[in-house]
Ligand binder design. Structure first.
Ligand code: HEC
Ligand code: HEC
Length: 355
Protein backbone atom coordinates (compact mmCIF):
# COMPACT_ATOMS: atom_id res chain seq x y z
CA UNK A 1 0.00 0.00 0.00
CA UNK A 2 1.38 3.43 -0.90
CA UNK A 3 1.26 6.27 1.58
CA UNK A 4 -1.52 7.86 -0.48
CA UNK A 5 -3.58 4.67 -0.45
CA UNK A 6 -3.04 4.37 3.30
CA UNK A 7 -4.34 7.90 3.86
CA UNK A 8 -7.35 7.23 1.64
CA UNK A 9 -8.16 4.07 3.60
CA UNK A 10 -7.92 5.94 6.91
CA UNK A 11 -10.30 8.58 5.59
CA UNK A 12 -12.77 5.86 4.55
CA UNK A 13 -12.65 4.29 8.02
CA UNK A 14 -13.32 7.67 9.65
CA UNK A 15 -16.28 8.32 7.32
CA UNK A 16 -17.72 4.85 7.99
CA UNK A 17 -17.39 5.38 11.74
CA UNK A 18 -19.17 8.72 11.54
CA UNK A 19 -21.97 7.22 9.44
CA UNK A 20 -22.35 4.37 11.88
CA UNK A 21 -22.72 6.68 14.88
CA UNK A 22 -25.48 8.37 12.89
CA UNK A 23 -27.15 5.06 12.10
CA UNK A 24 -27.26 3.78 15.68
CA UNK A 25 -28.70 7.00 17.23
CA UNK A 26 -32.40 6.40 18.01
CA UNK A 27 -34.31 8.29 15.35
CA UNK A 28 -36.29 11.32 16.49
CA UNK A 29 -39.57 11.78 14.60
CA UNK A 30 -39.53 14.83 12.35
CA UNK A 31 -42.44 16.35 14.31
CA UNK A 32 -40.41 16.26 17.53
CA UNK A 33 -37.52 18.00 15.83
CA UNK A 34 -40.00 20.62 14.62
CA UNK A 35 -41.31 21.19 18.17
CA UNK A 36 -38.69 20.44 20.83
CA UNK A 37 -39.28 20.81 24.56
CA UNK A 38 -38.11 24.26 25.59
CA UNK A 39 -37.82 25.79 29.07
CA UNK A 40 -40.68 28.00 30.25
CA UNK A 41 -39.64 31.54 29.24
CA UNK A 42 -38.66 34.27 31.68
CA UNK A 43 -41.19 37.13 31.51
CA UNK A 44 -39.60 39.98 29.51
CA UNK A 45 -38.75 43.45 30.86
CA UNK A 46 -41.91 45.28 31.93
CA UNK A 47 -43.76 42.14 33.00
CA UNK A 48 -43.30 41.90 36.74
CA UNK A 49 -45.48 38.84 37.29
CA UNK A 50 -43.91 35.39 37.40
CA UNK A 51 -45.17 31.95 36.45
CA UNK A 52 -44.37 30.74 39.98
CA UNK A 53 -47.23 32.86 41.34
CA UNK A 54 -49.83 30.93 39.31
CA UNK A 55 -51.87 28.23 41.08
CA UNK A 56 -50.73 25.78 38.39
CA UNK A 57 -47.71 27.05 36.44
CA UNK A 58 -47.30 25.80 32.85
CA UNK A 59 -44.92 22.88 32.26
CA UNK A 60 -42.58 22.51 29.25
CA UNK A 61 -44.23 19.20 28.28
CA UNK A 62 -47.74 20.68 28.24
CA UNK A 63 -46.58 23.76 26.35
CA UNK A 64 -44.99 21.57 23.67
CA UNK A 65 -48.17 19.51 23.30
CA UNK A 66 -50.32 22.65 23.38
CA UNK A 67 -48.24 24.22 20.62
CA UNK A 68 -49.05 21.32 18.29
CA UNK A 69 -52.71 21.34 19.24
CA UNK A 70 -53.01 25.11 18.79
CA UNK A 71 -51.79 24.89 15.20
CA UNK A 72 -53.42 21.53 14.33
CA UNK A 73 -56.36 21.80 11.92
CA UNK A 74 -57.37 18.22 12.81
CA UNK A 75 -59.19 19.57 15.88
CA UNK A 76 -61.86 20.99 13.56
CA UNK A 77 -64.75 19.07 12.00
CA UNK A 78 -63.35 19.04 8.46
CA UNK A 79 -59.62 19.44 9.13
CA UNK A 80 -59.55 22.97 7.74
CA UNK A 81 -59.36 25.29 10.78
CA UNK A 82 -56.96 25.56 13.70
CA UNK A 83 -56.86 28.11 16.52
CA UNK A 84 -54.14 29.89 14.52
CA UNK A 85 -56.46 30.38 11.54
CA UNK A 86 -57.88 33.31 13.50
CA UNK A 87 -55.23 33.88 16.19
CA UNK A 88 -52.25 34.42 13.90
CA UNK A 89 -48.81 34.62 15.47
CA UNK A 90 -47.66 37.36 13.07
CA UNK A 91 -50.56 39.56 14.20
CA UNK A 92 -49.91 39.27 17.93
CA UNK A 93 -52.27 36.25 17.96
CA UNK A 94 -55.11 38.43 16.69
CA UNK A 95 -55.94 38.93 13.01
CA UNK A 96 -55.80 41.64 10.33
CA UNK A 97 -59.53 41.53 9.56
CA UNK A 98 -62.59 43.11 11.18
CA UNK A 99 -64.21 39.81 12.14
CA UNK A 100 -63.22 36.15 12.10
CA UNK A 101 -63.86 33.65 9.34
CA UNK A 102 -64.30 30.05 10.45
CA UNK A 103 -65.34 26.73 9.03
CA UNK A 104 -66.96 26.79 5.58
CA UNK A 105 -66.15 30.52 5.25
CA UNK A 106 -68.69 31.43 7.93
CA UNK A 107 -68.06 34.80 9.57
CA UNK A 108 -68.77 35.89 13.13
CA UNK A 109 -69.51 39.39 14.38
CA UNK A 110 -66.42 39.86 16.52
CA UNK A 111 -62.71 40.10 15.98
CA UNK A 112 -60.30 37.53 17.46
CA UNK A 113 -58.52 39.29 20.36
CA UNK A 114 -54.85 38.90 21.21
CA UNK A 115 -54.03 36.87 24.31
CA UNK A 116 -50.48 38.04 25.06
CA UNK A 117 -49.67 38.16 28.79
CA UNK A 118 -53.03 36.56 29.60
CA UNK A 119 -51.34 34.24 32.12
CA UNK A 120 -51.84 37.11 34.56
CA UNK A 121 -55.07 39.06 34.50
CA UNK A 122 -56.53 41.44 37.06
CA UNK A 123 -59.81 39.50 36.90
CA UNK A 124 -60.36 36.10 35.25
CA UNK A 125 -62.56 37.21 32.35
CA UNK A 126 -62.04 36.00 28.78
CA UNK A 127 -63.76 36.89 25.49
CA UNK A 128 -64.88 40.43 24.67
CA UNK A 129 -67.90 39.91 26.95
CA UNK A 130 -66.08 38.01 29.71
CA UNK A 131 -68.21 34.87 29.45
CA UNK A 132 -65.32 32.45 30.14
CA UNK A 133 -63.51 32.40 33.49
CA UNK A 134 -60.25 30.69 32.47
CA UNK A 135 -58.14 30.00 29.41
CA UNK A 136 -58.99 26.32 29.89
CA UNK A 137 -62.72 27.01 29.84
CA UNK A 138 -62.19 29.28 26.87
CA UNK A 139 -60.16 26.81 24.77
CA UNK A 140 -62.92 24.28 24.12
CA UNK A 141 -65.46 26.92 23.09
CA UNK A 142 -64.15 27.52 19.54
CA UNK A 143 -63.79 23.79 18.85
CA UNK A 144 -67.55 23.41 19.34
CA UNK A 145 -68.61 26.74 17.88
CA UNK A 146 -70.52 26.01 14.65
CA UNK A 147 -69.04 29.04 12.89
CA UNK A 148 -65.47 28.55 14.18
CA UNK A 149 -64.18 24.94 14.18
CA UNK A 150 -67.60 23.30 13.86
CA UNK A 151 -66.76 20.15 15.81
CA UNK A 152 -68.03 18.39 18.96
CA UNK A 153 -65.73 17.44 21.83
CA UNK A 154 -66.31 13.77 21.01
CA UNK A 155 -65.53 14.47 17.36
CA UNK A 156 -62.29 16.21 18.34
CA UNK A 157 -61.30 13.31 20.64
CA UNK A 158 -62.02 10.75 17.91
CA UNK A 159 -59.87 12.75 15.44
CA UNK A 160 -56.99 13.00 17.91
CA UNK A 161 -57.10 9.37 19.06
CA UNK A 162 -56.75 8.26 15.43
CA UNK A 163 -53.35 9.97 15.33
CA UNK A 164 -51.03 7.35 16.84
CA UNK A 165 -48.22 9.86 17.39
CA UNK A 166 -50.09 12.04 19.91
CA UNK A 167 -50.56 9.52 22.79
CA UNK A 168 -46.95 9.63 23.91
CA UNK A 169 -47.01 13.42 24.34
CA UNK A 170 -50.17 13.21 26.44
CA UNK A 171 -48.30 10.67 28.56
CA UNK A 172 -45.29 12.96 28.82
CA UNK A 173 -47.50 15.91 29.82
CA UNK A 174 -50.00 14.16 32.13
CA UNK A 175 -48.51 10.82 33.18
CA UNK A 176 -50.84 8.56 31.17
CA UNK A 177 -51.55 8.48 27.41
CA UNK A 178 -55.31 9.17 27.64
CA UNK A 179 -56.50 11.95 25.38
CA UNK A 180 -59.27 13.86 27.15
CA UNK A 181 -60.93 17.21 26.45
CA UNK A 182 -59.61 18.60 29.76
CA UNK A 183 -56.05 17.68 28.83
CA UNK A 184 -56.40 19.25 25.39
CA UNK A 185 -57.71 22.44 27.03
CA UNK A 186 -54.98 22.48 29.68
CA UNK A 187 -52.18 22.06 27.12
CA UNK A 188 -53.49 24.73 24.77
CA UNK A 189 -54.00 27.10 27.71
CA UNK A 190 -50.40 26.52 28.84
CA UNK A 191 -49.12 27.29 25.35
CA UNK A 192 -51.17 30.51 25.38
CA UNK A 193 -49.75 31.43 28.81
CA UNK A 194 -46.23 31.42 27.36
CA UNK A 195 -47.12 34.03 24.71
CA UNK A 196 -45.71 37.14 26.34
CA UNK A 197 -45.07 40.72 25.33
CA UNK A 198 -42.58 43.05 26.97
CA UNK A 199 -39.13 44.60 26.48
CA UNK A 200 -40.70 47.12 24.12
CA UNK A 201 -39.01 50.49 23.51
CA UNK A 202 -41.45 51.92 26.11
CA UNK A 203 -40.47 49.26 28.70
CA UNK A 204 -36.78 49.97 28.10
CA UNK A 205 -37.33 53.69 28.54
CA UNK A 206 -39.28 53.16 31.77
CA UNK A 207 -36.41 50.98 32.97
CA UNK A 208 -34.01 53.91 32.50
CA UNK A 209 -32.78 53.83 28.89
CA UNK A 210 -33.40 57.46 27.90
CA UNK A 211 -32.57 56.83 24.25
CA UNK A 212 -35.02 53.94 23.82
CA UNK A 213 -37.88 56.18 22.59
CA UNK A 214 -38.33 59.52 20.84
CA UNK A 215 -39.46 62.74 22.52
CA UNK A 216 -42.81 62.28 20.80
CA UNK A 217 -43.32 58.96 22.63
CA UNK A 218 -42.41 60.61 25.94
CA UNK A 219 -44.98 63.32 25.20
CA UNK A 220 -47.53 60.58 24.35
CA UNK A 221 -46.78 58.99 27.72
CA UNK A 222 -47.52 62.28 29.53
CA UNK A 223 -50.86 62.52 27.70
CA UNK A 224 -51.79 58.85 28.18
CA UNK A 225 -51.29 59.08 31.95
CA UNK A 226 -52.39 62.74 32.16
CA UNK A 227 -54.70 64.90 30.06
CA UNK A 228 -56.13 62.02 27.97
CA UNK A 229 -56.33 59.68 31.02
CA UNK A 230 -56.30 56.53 28.91
CA UNK A 231 -54.95 54.73 31.98
CA UNK A 232 -58.36 54.93 33.64
CA UNK A 233 -59.03 51.70 31.72
CA UNK A 234 -55.74 50.69 30.03
CA UNK A 235 -53.71 50.09 33.17
CA UNK A 236 -51.08 47.83 34.71
CA UNK A 237 -48.40 45.79 32.97
CA UNK A 238 -50.80 44.64 30.24
CA UNK A 239 -52.61 47.98 29.76
CA UNK A 240 -56.04 46.62 30.67
CA UNK A 241 -58.31 46.73 33.71
CA UNK A 242 -59.95 43.41 32.64
CA UNK A 243 -63.26 45.25 32.97
CA UNK A 244 -66.05 46.26 30.62
CA UNK A 245 -66.85 49.68 29.21
CA UNK A 246 -69.27 51.18 26.74
CA UNK A 247 -67.41 53.53 24.38
CA UNK A 248 -70.27 53.63 21.90
CA UNK A 249 -68.58 51.26 19.45
CA UNK A 250 -71.25 49.51 17.36
CA UNK A 251 -74.08 51.91 18.31
CA UNK A 252 -76.67 52.36 15.57
CA UNK A 253 -78.06 55.90 16.09
CA UNK A 254 -81.04 55.31 13.76
CA UNK A 255 -82.20 52.00 15.22
CA UNK A 256 -81.12 53.23 18.69
CA UNK A 257 -79.55 49.91 19.52
CA UNK A 258 -76.24 48.11 19.58
CA UNK A 259 -75.50 45.64 16.84
CA UNK A 260 -73.91 43.56 19.62
CA UNK A 261 -74.96 44.06 23.26
CA UNK A 262 -71.64 42.74 24.60
CA UNK A 263 -71.37 42.20 28.36
CA UNK A 264 -75.13 42.72 28.78
CA UNK A 265 -75.82 39.36 27.09
CA UNK A 266 -73.81 37.68 29.88
CA UNK A 267 -75.03 39.58 32.95
CA UNK A 268 -78.45 40.92 31.92
CA UNK A 269 -77.57 44.13 33.81
CA UNK A 270 -78.76 47.30 32.16
CA UNK A 271 -75.49 49.14 32.84
CA UNK A 272 -73.58 46.52 30.84
CA UNK A 273 -75.31 47.30 27.55
CA UNK A 274 -72.82 47.82 24.75
CA UNK A 275 -69.86 47.24 27.10
CA UNK A 276 -66.80 45.26 26.00
CA UNK A 277 -63.62 44.16 27.72
CA UNK A 278 -60.71 46.59 27.59
CA UNK A 279 -58.13 45.00 25.26
CA UNK A 280 -54.39 45.06 25.91
CA UNK A 281 -52.54 47.78 24.02
CA UNK A 282 -49.45 45.63 23.66
CA UNK A 283 -48.80 44.39 20.11
CA UNK A 284 -51.58 46.58 18.82
CA UNK A 285 -49.95 47.87 15.62
CA UNK A 286 -50.12 44.51 13.84
CA UNK A 287 -53.82 43.94 14.42
CA UNK A 288 -55.72 46.75 12.67
CA UNK A 289 -58.65 47.23 12.17
CA UNK A 290 -59.54 47.93 15.79
CA UNK A 291 -62.26 47.31 18.39
CA UNK A 292 -64.43 44.21 18.97
CA UNK A 293 -66.05 44.67 15.55
CA UNK A 294 -63.00 45.98 13.69
CA UNK A 295 -64.94 49.14 12.90
CA UNK A 296 -62.04 51.60 13.27
CA UNK A 297 -59.36 51.30 10.60
CA UNK A 298 -56.25 52.95 12.08
CA UNK A 299 -54.70 53.85 15.42
CA UNK A 300 -54.98 57.53 14.54
CA UNK A 301 -58.72 57.14 14.01
CA UNK A 302 -59.01 55.32 17.34
CA UNK A 303 -57.39 58.28 19.11
CA UNK A 304 -59.65 60.68 17.18
CA UNK A 305 -62.61 58.58 18.32
CA UNK A 306 -61.59 59.10 21.97
CA UNK A 307 -60.95 62.78 21.26
CA UNK A 308 -64.61 63.12 20.24
CA UNK A 309 -65.63 61.32 23.46
CA UNK A 310 -66.84 58.17 21.70
CA UNK A 311 -70.31 57.70 20.23
CA UNK A 312 -73.07 59.16 22.43
CA UNK A 313 -75.63 56.56 23.58
CA UNK A 314 -77.70 56.08 26.75
CA UNK A 315 -75.12 53.77 28.35
CA UNK A 316 -71.89 55.60 27.48
CA UNK A 317 -69.18 55.08 30.12
CA UNK A 318 -68.94 58.29 32.24
CA UNK A 319 -65.15 58.22 31.74
CA UNK A 320 -65.69 58.99 28.04
CA UNK A 321 -65.46 62.77 27.54
CA UNK A 322 -64.23 64.94 24.67
CA UNK A 323 -60.48 65.36 25.21
CA UNK A 324 -59.68 68.48 23.13
CA UNK A 325 -56.42 67.07 21.84
CA UNK A 326 -54.26 68.94 19.33
CA UNK A 327 -53.00 67.29 16.14
CA UNK A 328 -49.59 66.98 17.81
CA UNK A 329 -51.20 65.34 20.86
CA UNK A 330 -52.86 62.76 18.62
CA UNK A 331 -49.56 62.00 16.86
CA UNK A 332 -47.87 61.61 20.23
CA UNK A 333 -50.50 59.17 21.56
CA UNK A 334 -50.20 57.07 18.39
CA UNK A 335 -46.40 57.06 18.76
CA UNK A 336 -46.74 55.90 22.38
CA UNK A 337 -49.01 52.99 21.43
CA UNK A 338 -46.61 52.02 18.65
CA UNK A 339 -43.76 51.94 21.19
CA UNK A 340 -45.52 49.03 22.93
CA UNK A 341 -44.44 46.53 20.28
CA UNK A 342 -42.29 44.08 22.20
CA UNK A 343 -41.09 40.53 22.29
CA UNK A 344 -41.86 37.22 23.97
CA UNK A 345 -44.76 35.99 21.85
CA UNK A 346 -43.19 35.48 18.42
CA UNK A 347 -43.81 32.02 16.98
CA UNK A 348 -44.76 30.21 13.80
CA UNK A 349 -46.57 26.91 13.22
CA UNK A 350 -44.42 23.82 13.83
CA UNK A 351 -43.23 22.37 10.49
CA UNK A 352 -44.51 18.88 11.37
CA UNK A 353 -47.24 17.34 13.56
CA UNK A 354 -47.57 13.91 15.20
CA UNK A 355 -48.85 11.28 12.76
C1 HEC B 1 -62.94 31.25 13.45
C2 HEC B 1 -62.00 32.06 14.20
C3 HEC B 1 -61.50 31.55 15.54
C4 HEC B 1 -60.95 30.32 15.82
C5 HEC B 1 -60.76 29.14 14.89
C6 HEC B 1 -60.55 30.38 17.21
N1 HEC B 1 -60.85 31.61 17.74
FE1 HEC B 1 -60.41 32.26 19.58
N2 HEC B 1 -61.52 33.88 19.30
C7 HEC B 1 -62.14 34.23 18.11
C8 HEC B 1 -63.03 35.35 18.33
C9 HEC B 1 -63.88 36.03 17.28
C10 HEC B 1 -62.93 35.66 19.70
C11 HEC B 1 -63.73 36.72 20.44
C12 HEC B 1 -65.10 36.11 20.65
C13 HEC B 1 -65.93 36.81 21.66
O1 HEC B 1 -65.41 37.64 22.40
O2 HEC B 1 -67.13 36.50 21.73
C14 HEC B 1 -61.96 34.72 20.28
C15 HEC B 1 -61.53 34.75 21.61
C16 HEC B 1 -60.49 33.97 22.10
C17 HEC B 1 -59.82 34.15 23.36
C18 HEC B 1 -60.12 35.21 24.39
C19 HEC B 1 -59.05 36.23 24.51
C20 HEC B 1 -59.43 37.32 25.47
O3 HEC B 1 -58.68 38.27 25.61
O4 HEC B 1 -60.49 37.27 26.09
C21 HEC B 1 -58.87 33.16 23.46
C22 HEC B 1 -57.90 32.91 24.60
C23 HEC B 1 -59.00 32.33 22.28
N3 HEC B 1 -59.97 32.87 21.46
C24 HEC B 1 -58.29 31.17 22.05
C25 HEC B 1 -58.61 30.28 21.02
C26 HEC B 1 -58.18 28.89 20.96
C27 HEC B 1 -57.34 28.19 21.99
C28 HEC B 1 -58.66 28.37 19.79
C29 HEC B 1 -58.54 26.95 19.26
C30 HEC B 1 -59.02 25.87 20.10
C31 HEC B 1 -59.39 29.44 19.13
N4 HEC B 1 -59.37 30.56 19.93
C32 HEC B 1 -59.99 29.33 17.89
C33 HEC B 1 -61.95 33.63 16.90
C34 HEC B 1 -61.46 32.34 16.76
C1 HEC C 1 -63.52 54.00 29.63
C2 HEC C 1 -62.40 53.09 29.47
C3 HEC C 1 -61.39 53.41 28.39
C4 HEC C 1 -60.66 54.58 28.22
C5 HEC C 1 -60.69 55.83 29.07
C6 HEC C 1 -59.81 54.34 27.08
N1 HEC C 1 -60.02 53.09 26.56
FE1 HEC C 1 -59.19 52.33 24.88
N2 HEC C 1 -60.47 50.75 24.94
C7 HEC C 1 -61.41 50.52 25.94
C8 HEC C 1 -62.29 49.47 25.54
C9 HEC C 1 -63.43 48.90 26.36
C10 HEC C 1 -61.92 49.10 24.23
C11 HEC C 1 -62.63 48.08 23.33
C12 HEC C 1 -63.96 48.69 22.91
C13 HEC C 1 -64.79 47.87 21.94
O1 HEC C 1 -64.21 47.07 21.21
O2 HEC C 1 -66.01 48.09 21.92
C14 HEC C 1 -60.75 49.92 23.90
C15 HEC C 1 -60.02 49.84 22.73
C16 HEC C 1 -58.88 50.57 22.45
C17 HEC C 1 -58.01 50.36 21.31
C18 HEC C 1 -58.18 49.27 20.26
C19 HEC C 1 -57.48 48.01 20.67
C20 HEC C 1 -57.86 46.80 19.87
O3 HEC C 1 -57.29 45.75 20.16
O4 HEC C 1 -58.72 46.87 19.01
C21 HEC C 1 -57.00 51.27 21.38
C22 HEC C 1 -55.83 51.42 20.43
C23 HEC C 1 -57.25 52.08 22.55
N3 HEC C 1 -58.39 51.62 23.18
C24 HEC C 1 -56.46 53.14 22.98
C25 HEC C 1 -56.87 54.04 23.94
C26 HEC C 1 -56.29 55.36 24.12
C27 HEC C 1 -55.10 55.90 23.34
C28 HEC C 1 -56.99 55.97 25.12
C29 HEC C 1 -56.83 57.36 25.63
C30 HEC C 1 -57.03 58.41 24.63
C31 HEC C 1 -58.01 55.03 25.55
N4 HEC C 1 -57.90 53.88 24.82
C32 HEC C 1 -58.91 55.28 26.58
C33 HEC C 1 -61.49 51.21 27.14
C34 HEC C 1 -60.99 52.49 27.34
Amino acid sequence: MTADEGAALKRLIVIAAVLCVGCTRPSIPDWEEANPIVPIPEPPLGITSSFAELAEPPTPERVRLGRWLFYDTRLSADGSISCATCHRPEHGFSEPTAVSTGIGGRTGRRKAPSFVNQAWTLYPVFFWDGRAASLEEQALGPVQNPIEMGNTLDGMLVNLSRIAGYARYFEEAFGTPQITADRVAKSIADYERTRLSGNSPWDRWRAGDQGAVSDRVKQGHELFFGKAACNQCHLGQNFTDSSFHNLGVGWDPDAKEFRDWGRYDVTGQDGDRGAFKTPTLREVTTRAPYMHDGSIATLREVVEYYDRGGDPNPWLDPKMKPLRLTEADIDALVALIEALEGEGHQDSPPAAFPR
